[in-house]
Design a binder for this molecule. Structure first.
Ligand code: ADP
Length: 451
């Protein structure tokens, strides 16, 4: 096992990783920018190192500063969390050169899945169903037109290096296509420095359902069921739940086994999420994330498995602590991502939290690094915390969630809490009847008032 883990992240995920390390008896190093000197993870870690100014490329993305922090403190492993360097294969390589473990998959798997075209090719080879589309990148609008002719409009142009919903354009007819290809290329070049784009059938009313996996790097892998992440705004999920209201256990086991087998075949190491769109009873692979995800707690709540602890164990060379037969799904869990944003305009609302009260009681979990008097810096994402609620079934879970949201108080800044108070009372949400466009349509007509 590792002696000392450096946590190359901030906010709630830094605290989440720190908690896992403490339970395992592993010493911790928190790193922080000058804007995060007062972070909870800095206060609670055994040691901390300032790695640079607020700008992420000079701090949380600054590989030489992170390596120096490992060497100063003698850390023998780095946990990258999510975002930042978590899917940067070059970082994993540099750490390996310095004989420091990267808590994540092998660099070759990060590279493979980071290129969405390669990821799709690999998925097809491994028997994972994919969205119909081009086999590789498309060179020009003429090729796009030929592929669109085969799969039919509407189509979606996507960036090979994509992430965060950027570089994605819909074309509903041949006359939109040239413009869609060109704007997707320009956006992809600006965001990722790579203008390779590909084309996919645009699904009109899918749900976003993803499968959690974990492998030991030696050919053992298990799936931990799904998360339904269909409630999205600008392709970013705001509410995640497990199990999905539309899957039964036969469908879950079928897709879960396909994914787990694929991971066994490539000897995947660590945690990963295979994302699908789901429409008319069919799954269509869209991408794989090779890291822990923001929404991992819903899976932990229904399986009882600590994913970060498992992740650290397999990175240290231990076998998986569970087999597929050991994994049981108990009850229902929902996560709400509470952001420091105006609930109607979604304008970021950094600043000082003057009063902070988190809910408690049976089945209620809050993953947050915020506290009363904490100032949310303007430089980073606006996540204040995640409220995760578990119940024996979906009805009990929503009943408890309604009560827990009403108990949550964050004063001094705007938050999206009113959005969740509204959603948990909505009949479509209560019935589980929503697709990936539901939330944006609801927001157009919903009229959610700030507090
Ligand atoms: P990113 O890496 O940028 O987040 P994804 O491939 O994960 O991109 O897609 C993000 C979201 O975009 C999905 O959750 C879904 O809402 C939408 N999307 C992606 N592909 C399609 C598609 N073929 N048809 C319809 N919507 C799609």
């Amino acid at each position: 096992m590792f002696d000392k883990i450096l946590i190359a992240n901030r906010g709630e995920i830094a605290l989440r990783i720190l908690r896992a390390c403490k339970e395992l008896g592993i010493a911790t190093v928190a790193v922080h920018s000058t804007a995060d000197a007062n972070a909870m993870s800095v206060r609670l870690a055994d040691e901390s190192v300032c790695i640079g100014p607020p700008l992420v490329r000079e701090s949380y993305l600054n590989i030489p500063a992170l390596i120096a922090a490992c060497e100063i403190t003698g850390a023998d492993a780095v946990h990258p969390g999510y975002g930042f360097l978590s899917e940067n294969a070059n970082f994993a390589d540099v750490l390996a050169e310095h004989r420091i473990a990267f808590i994540g998959p092998k660099a070759e798997h990060i590279r493979l899945m980071g290129d969405k075209i390669e990821a799709k090719r690999t998925a097809l080879r491994l028997g994972i169903p994919c969205v119909p589309g081009s086999e590789g990148g498309i060179a020009d609008p003429a090729e796009a037109l030929r592929v669109a002719g085969e799969i039919g409009f509407p189509v979606l142009i996507k960036a090979a290096a994509g992430g965060g919903g950027r570089g994605m354009k819909i074309a509903r007819s041949a006359k939109d296509l040239t413009y869609a290809v060109q704007t997707a290329q320009t956006e992809a070049k600006a965001a990722f420095g790579d203008d390779t784009v590909y084309i996919e059938k645009y699904l009109e009313k899918p749900r976003h359902i993803e499968i959690q996996v974990i492998g030991d790097g030696r050919g053992n892998a298990v799936h931990l069921g799904e998360r339904d992440c269909s409630l999205q705004r600008r392709h970013q999920t705001v509410w995640e739940e497990s199990p999905s209201p539309v899957l039964d256990s036969a469908a879950r086991n079928r897709i879960g086994e396909i994914v787990a087998n694929a991971m066994r075949e490539i000897a995947y190491e660590g945690v990963g999420t295979v994302e699908f769109l789901y429409e008319n009873g069919q799954f269509y692979f869209i991408e794989m994330n090779t890291r822990i995800q923001v929404e991992h707690p819903v899976t932990e709540m229904i399986t009882g498995i600590d994913l970060v602890i498992e992740q650290i164990r397999v990175a240290a060379g231990s076998p998986l602590s569970v087999t597929q037969e050991d994994i049981h799904f108990n009850g229902h869990a929902v996560e709400c991502r509470i952001n420091a944003e105006h609930p109607q305009t979604f304008r970021p609302s950094p600043g000082q939290i003057s009063y902070f009260h988190t809910p408690g009681g049976l089945g209620v979990r809050v993953d947050s690094a915020a506290y009363q008097g904490y100032t949310i810096p303007p430089h980073y994402d606006s996540l204040v915390g995640k409220l995760i609620v578990h119940g024996r079934n979906r009805t009990e879970c929503l009943m408890r969630l309604r009560r827990a949201i009403d108990e949550f108080v964050v004063d001094g800044i705007d938050t999206t809490l009113p959005l969740f108070r509204n959603l948990v009372r909505n009949p479509d949400i209560q019935d589980g009847m929503y697709d990936i466009h539901w939330l944006e349509n609801h927001l157009k007509t919903g009229g959610i008032e700030p507090e």
